[in-house]
Design a protein. Structure first.
Length: 289
């Protein structure tokens, strides 16, 4: 099953560019809000299995928005790909490096990304969407708590990230538009192997990141288990799972994003995002004193 937000309305996709409006098709059993469906995820899946694809209508990519517009919590995992660890020169982590992205940074799969400085970086990421309240789960239970997967970008301002002795990961990765997600939320059963998906990022047509999610140091199941030991995961929460090698700040010379750049992020079986970089309304002011 694939769901999307088409012009802000929950849409069940029935083909590559065809879908049904959930509120209309269900006779009001489910509403139009794409976020609200996660609180009734099991019930929604049962209903979706009965939908007649004959009632589908065309869905244009240009009208697809953020499929998870208002999650209560957004988690992220740093340094979680073996090749990315290699390019940083760090040691392989023994536990998850967890930070948060604030929900206000989230944006859609074809929305612009605002560039507030000369040190903004790209990070292609697999995003997990939680489908059930999750607390203290086992590895065997973990995937059953996942509603679906999506393509994501963990856009990062690298100077702000390092202006504090303890680093400013949350703020540097939560500026407006720094969290594109989409274009769909895809249930794991749609994928032949949800633990091994090709992931790539292009900027202006140049492939800068090209990996596979099997290179995750901590798998999706391990991430869900560990987070559920530390806090309660809620339906509709997002988890950014880490980025493969090739980020701009670690290239020689560095390759940062500028207004006019086009970021294309793609994950096998999940779809493709295209985000155009534009100048931010306000330039970032660094405070290092």
């Amino acid at each position: 099953m694939r769901i999307a937000s088409d012009a802000g309305r929950l849409t069940l996709m029935t083909g590559a560019r065809m879908g049904v409006d959930v509120q209309t098709e269900s006779g009001g059993q489910f509403g139009a809000d794409p976020q609200a469906v996660y609180d009734r995820w099991d019930e929604f899946r049962q209903w979706a299995a009965t939908v007649d694809a004959g009632s589908a209508r065309p869905v244009e990519p240009s009208t697809l928005g953020l499929p998870t517009p208002s999650p209560r919590q957004v988690f992220a995992v740093g340094a979680n790909y073996a090749d990315h660890i290699g390019e940083t020169g760090r040691e392989t982590p023994k536990d998850l490096a967890i930070f948060t992205k604030f929900p206000s940074c989230l944006t859609g799969p074809f929305d612009p990304v605002a560039i507030p400085s000369e040190k903004v970086d790209f990070e292609a990421e697999l995003v997990v969407v939680i489908g059930r309240r999750t607390e203290q789960v086992s590895a065997a239970q973990a995937w059953s708590r996942v509603a679906g997967l999506a393509v994501g970008q963990d856009i990062s301002e690298r100077i702000l990230q390092r202006t504090s002795p303890r680093n400013q990961y949350c703020m540097a990765k939560s500026m407006p538009t720094f969290g594109p997600v989409g274009p769909f939320v895809v249930t794991p059963d749609e994928l032949s192997d949800p633990d091994d998906l090709a992931i790539r990022c292009e900027v202006n047509g140049e492939v800068l990141q090209n990996g596979r999610t099997k290179q995750l140091i901590f798998s999706v199941a391990e991430i869900v288990v560990r987070l559920s030991q530390l806090c309660i995961l809620l339906p509709g929460d997002l988890i950014f799972t880490g980025t493969p090698a090739g980020v701009g700040s670690l290239r020689t010379p560095p390759r940062f994003l500028s207004p006019g750049d086009v970021i294309v992020t793609e994950i096998e079986g999940l779809g493709r995002m295209e985000n155009h970089c534009v100048p931010a309304a306000v330039r970032l002011e660094y405070r290092t004193a």
